[in-house]
Design a protein around this ligand. Structure first.
Ligand SMILES: [Zn+2]
Length: 68
């Protein structure tokens, strides 16, 4: 099982998400860090961690209304 984080651009969402399900990464609060690089690093850590932890079955496609 190797999932891969992808960039998603939709009318209602723009950001990182899972290609296998409806999971989307929504950052909690502004990134923190002493420098921009640190902030980006922390952002990526949080993103990758949440992506690794999410369960596709919990965000399965098809539940919500129209799939485009
Ligand atoms: Zn998923």
């Amino acid at each position: 099982m190797s999932r891969k984080l992808v960039w998603i651009e939709q009318k209602r969402f723009r950001g990182f998400g899972c290609p296998e399900c409806n999971w989307r990464f929504v950052p909690t609060g502004a990134p923190i860090g002493p420098s921009f690089d640190e902030m980006m690093h922390n952002f990526e850590l949080q993103r990758d961690k949440e992506f690794a932890l999410h369960v596709c079955a919990d965000h399965a496609r098809g539940k919500s209304a129209n799939s485009e």
